[in-house]
Ligand binder design. Structure first.
Ligand code: SF4
Ligand SMILES: [Zn+2]
Ligand SMILES: [Zn+2]
Length: 471
């Protein structure tokens, strides 16, 4: 591979950083790339398309830089199409359910219960109170099995004291090995600790299963119920599918790759129609467009570029995004370059630079329904573009239930329908979260308030989870 790139291609997202790059090129502070590439998800705010047109007209055309608008489909239509397996990273929530939360624990009411006796073993201060680590009965947290009870469950229930002693002897480490904390400690020391605890509890064997206390020696003596929902988030694959992939395809074409021969689609046997495999799995028989060939029956893929040809791929990360730099997006035929990092420009400097040149107030590039929006962005959409807002609200509703999913999907972090979501208030200030569930939820709301400062980049994790590895 030659040291010199065959072409220089600029990834143009129509946001603050990439417009700064375009103006720097116009001012001669950066050399001219061969092409600028914008990947269009089909769901950008009107302001982004307007900016795109303006940049093309006022900057790229006078410089003779072609702007390629590439696309891999209209994201919001694809997502709602049951014959396509596409998604955006929505917030998910289960249906509300009740859980019992124990406020107080007491000893197993059956006096003869061996587990109860073990709970009553007093730690021997000579051996170090922490060593035995018995639970303080009233505040016991059964999920915290770090102490003796964790070790006991490494020994078969019902094992006799002499069997436990024998195990301890068998597991004793050779004298030249130092026992480390953790795994080895568990293996070598469990038996001896358990043997010591059994002796102090006056037991001759590890107790057998005891249902009343679930073999823990403890029962709940006071409890209340809480309503819970489980929250999560779907993986982000959209950036890879809708942004990175079409950009790399265009790069290959620019490098001279062949368009590729049309071959029969083997997923639908060239018919263009099929029952999507994920639908068939659910027992559905509806025939729809084949998602692989998009209903065409044939596939033609852009091939690999000629040997040795490679592209320098300009990515507009500013200095505050240095943590996002990685060669993840590099391929056999493209290498990343970061012009704004070379010029040591931060996002704030880019904004200042743009404002000074009449390019202030650049709309952030991101899908209209992108769940990584901040509350401020949701408000802006609602208050400035009622039609787009109505569409996104409808999309949010339509996206709620995914076939085969038990969780519901939401665009807003509150896991409420978008038109009911608290996008106007800073919830955590008005409402003091008390339970752990509340706190998780409050953190999620705070994240919604703050949002991400940047748009969605094909090249790295500018928002939410990282994009998948490059194709
Ligand atoms: S803007 Fe959001 S929804 Fe659109 S491609 Fe990027 S991460 Fe996905
Ligand atoms: Zn018991
Ligand atoms: Zn097909």
């Amino acid at each position: 591979m030659s040291d010199q790139p065959t072409i220089k291609a600029m990834s143009f997202g129509a946001g603050v950083q990439s417009i700064t790059e375009a103006l720097l090129i116009a001012e001669g502070k950066l050399e001219k790339p061969h092409a600028a590439i914008f990947s269009d998800t089909g769901w950008e705010p009107a302001g982004v398309y307007a900016t795109l047109d303006r940049v093309e007209r006022e900057i790229f055309q006078p410089l003779g830089i072609p702007l390629y608008r590439v696309s891999n489909g209209v994201i919001q239509d694809d997502i709602l199409n049951p014959d396509k397996m596409r998604a955006i990273p929505a917030y998910t929530a289960s249906q509300p359910y009740e859980v019992k939360v124990v406020d107080r624990w007491g000893l197993c009411p059956v006096k003869s219960c061996g587990w109860r006796k073990l709970r009553q073993v007093k730690a021997d201060s000579a051996e170090g109170a922490g060593e035995m680590s018995l639970f303080a009965v009233e505040t016991a947290d059964l999920s915290d099995m770090d102490g003796l009870f964790d070790l006991i469950h490494l020994i078969p229930l019902g094992a006799t004291l002499s069997e436990v002693d024998a195990r301890a002897a068998q597991w004793a480490p050779p004298s030249d090995i130092e026992i480390e904390e953790g795994d080895l400690e568990d293996e070598y020391v469990a038996a001896s600790k358990v043997a010591a605890a059994l002796r102090r509890a006056g037991l001759r064997q590890v107790p057998g299963p005891h249902d009343p206390c679930n073999s823990t020696g403890l029962v709940a003596t006071a409890s209340h119920t809480e309503t819970k929902r489980d929250y999560g988030m779907l993986n982000r694959k959209c950036t890879q599918q809708y942004k990175l992939r079409p950009i790399l395809e265009q790069v290959r074409l620019l490098l001279g790759a062949p368009i590729g021969n049309e071959i029969l689609c083997r997923y639908c046997n060239g018919e263009g129609k099929r029952v999507a495999p994920w639908r068939a799995k659910r027992g559905e028989t509806v025939i729809g467009d084949c998602s692989v060939c998009e209903g065409l029956g044939t596939i033609s893929r852009v091939g690999p570029p000629p040997a040795g040809a490679w592209a320098e791929q300009w990515i507009g990360f500013s200095t505050d995004e240095i943590g996002r730099v990685s060669n993840r997006g590099d391929t056999k035929y493209s290498r990343s370059r970061y012009p704004l990092l070379e010029l040591d420009m931060s996002r704030a400097q880019c904004i200042e630079y743009l404002e000074a040149r009449g390019w202030g107030n650049v709309t952030k590039s991101s899908c209209l329904g992108c769940p990584f929006k901040s509350n401020a962005e949701w408000r802006r959409l609602r208050d400035t573009d009622p039609q787009a807002w109505a569409e996104v609200v409808a999309f949010d509703k339509a996206y709620r239930h995914g076939a085969g999913m038990t969780q519901q999907r939401y665009l807003h972090a509150s896991c409420l329908p978008l038109d009911e979501a608290p996008i106007d208030v800073r919830q955590p200030r008005e409402w003091k979260p008390t339970t752990v569930t509340d706190q998780v939820y409050a953190a999620q709301l705070q994240r919604a308030e703050d949002g991400d400062p940047d748009g969605c980049s094909p090249w790295a994790c500018r928002s939410g989870r990282p994009v998948d590895d490059a194709a």
